[in-house]
Design a protein around this ligand. Structure first.
Ligand SMILES: [Zn+2]
Length: 231
């Protein structure tokens, strides 16, 4: 008889959604702040756009590089752990069976049943069973550096494109206000979305990211105005 799964597990998609939202948040905050700072220094509209586009490209590349390097080191650690596990299985199979049995007993199985499960799973795929149940490395969660880097650069770029589009369409005299207001709106929206996806409070999620976005834009506006008058 087929068993129908009713509850929805979010763990897999939430991780990706959270990374995408954080990337987009970075894109919005850093590009909107950059655009507002340059505009506050009384730069011409074309110069503001050049600075904004350069900020988008620089930010996307640094996010991709950072993500790639950090996920690569995670992949290296996983690979080294699996190699160590392979050696232990080759040199001490009985000890590894005992170890896996202990893991299942800790999870609530009776010692007899745990030994039976461990023995059968190891006969089927010893390395896979240890990787999954001892090291916590599963196919779904294993490190994919390139995919993570591309996803990170893409989400940053999408976030950065929002204030850039507003800056492009805005007239010079209300560019700062329009970029600030629309960017804070986008941030609140993304903050609420991320909070909702993670099952957390929507309002708190929205307010948290909006507050820091506001701080960042105010700081760059002040610096831009300072440099604008000094030059
Ligand atoms: Zn092991």
């Amino acid at each position: 008889m087929a068993i129908h799964h009713r509850e929805i597990h979010r763990i897999g998609s939430v991780a990706w959604l959270r990374a995408a939202v954080l990337g987009a948040n970075d894109g919005i905050v850093s590009t909107a702040s950059l655009v507002i700072g340059v505009a506050a220094a009384h730069a011409a509209h074309a110069d503001v756009m050049v600075a904004g586009v350069a900020g988008l490209v620089a930010g996307a590349m640094s996010m991709a590089a950072g993500e790639y390097v950090s996920v690569c080191s995670q992949a290296d650690t996983e690979k080294a752990d699996i190699e160590r596990e392979r050696n232990e299985l080759a040199t001490d199979y009985a000890g590894e069976t005992k170890e896996l049995t202990g893991i299942y007993v800790k999870r609530g199985l009776s010692p007899d049943l745990a030994r039976q499960v461990a023995t059968q799973l190891m006969e089927h795929d010893a390395l896979g069973a240890h990787a999954r149940d001892e090291l916590g490395i599963t196919e779904a969660m294993s490190a994919r550096p390139l995919l993570a880097a591309l996803a990170s650069a893409a989400s940053f770029s999408v976030g950065a494109a929002l204030p850039l589009m507003v800056a492009y369409m805005a007239a010079e005299n209300n560019l700062i206000v329009l970029v600030a207001v629309t960017s804070l709106f986008f941030l609140a929206l993304l903050g609420a979305l991320a909070a909702r996806a993670g099952g957390a409070g929507v309002l708190a999620g929205a307010m948290r990211v909006t507050f820091w976005g506001m701080m960042a834009m105010a700081a760059t506006a002040a610096v831009g105005a300072l440099f604008g008058t000094a030059m």
